[in-house]
Design a protein around this ligand. Sequence first.
Ligand code: NAD
Length: 437
Amino acid sequence: MRITMIGSGYVGLVSGTCFADFGHDVICVDKDEAKIRALEEGKIPIFEPGLDAIVAQNRRSGRLTFTTDLSSGLTEADVVFIAVGTPSRRGDGHADLSYVYAAAREIALGVKGFTVVVTKSTVPVGTGDEIERIMRETNPEADIAVVSNPEFLREGAAIEDFRRPDRIVVGLSDERAREVMEEVYRPLYLNRSPLLFTTRRTSELIKYAGNAFLAMKITFINEMADLCESVGADVQEVARGIGLDNRIGSKFLHAGPGYGGSCFPKDTLALVKTAQDHGSPVRLIETTVAINDTRKRAMARKVIAAFGGDVRGKTIAILGLTFKPNTDDMRDSPAISIIQALRDAGAQVSAYDPEGIENARPMLEGVTFGTGPYDIAEGADALVIVTEWNAFRALDFRRLAGVMRTPLLVDLRNVYSRDEVAPYGFGYLGIGRPLED
Ligand code: NAD
């Protein structure tokens, strides 16, 4: 199959590369010239473990090429994927579909012969209908079928997720398109990853329903964590106790500072807006969004409370800035709100992240960035773990106690326990754990 991937970000680059690895001929297009130049020079513009090697291998084989010129990739294509961003629209929280619709217009003008146009971007129900309308209006001659195929990969584990997905969801009504999609995903189909065919609207909603459910699950355990702190229970044991019930499952039951990232915040909000517009509000998700929004600053208040309500003149060292480990993605990371709230309260903030500093720097004015945990802990009054990178799982607390002004660990990911750090003179605050043993 000849595949054109429009948008070479986290999703487009990973899926385009993996399709090439399956044996398809793939052209990845992006209008960001710097990104394409970097890719052509063999540099990967994002941090995603293992991606560099597969990109290099498939470039060498000639199956994977990069361009900024969309028209060059369209005439020969059997399938064109749209994998551009769908961020929250400023002002009202609806998904901003301007990049998707712009791509649809460009595709309509360039395709030749029967072409399947697949929306991989996360888009609200009915977007496929609008893409089809735009394309037919732009070029009534174009022989196209518009398909929905949402992506479920997780940043940080994207390649593994793409190669071994729990399921592949495809929404369509055109039989010719069904055959093409079966061919595109044949290697996974042979590996028995279920290929779920449904209607386009159902497929679009599956993506939002899935993300909303996961966001709700995280928010549920976060509220249980708060309750645990009030009643003297331990949220990790609660999570284990309920997670062993197969109907609940143990994943996404880790209490923390609130969900963030490039998907959950914008997708929950977009679902809320779509549902309101259709007169069928999703109140559980409305509440989930509201709880999560307040939680991030509440985490900063937890730190401030540890200093009797006043952090003016204190130095707080933040370990981890990205919304989760193994990515450099800073979009909607809880660290942003937490640091902002600490700075609003008059604290000085020093921070370190293994991969996120470059993206974080322009977002976090006034923060001092360091070269590692011990560097930022120098003279600090508290060390706050915001992201649970593996590199923070075996800290030398003796060394940290030696350099900090006050040895206090605020562990927003429950990486450690009070018993582990107390022998080194550390005070400890976790999430959803009894305040005293
Ligand atoms: P991204 O911002 O990393 O990448 C989008 C890319 O599209 C950018 O490089 C941009 O320059 C390019 N682009 C925009 N308009 C273009 C055009 N007309 N022609 C060519 N290139 C164009 O975004 P992402 O994280 O890859 O997300 C893409 C979509 O996938 C979103 O809808 C997102 O919700 C969804 N998604 C993301 C993830 C994830 O983990 N990041 C997972 C599942 C689904």
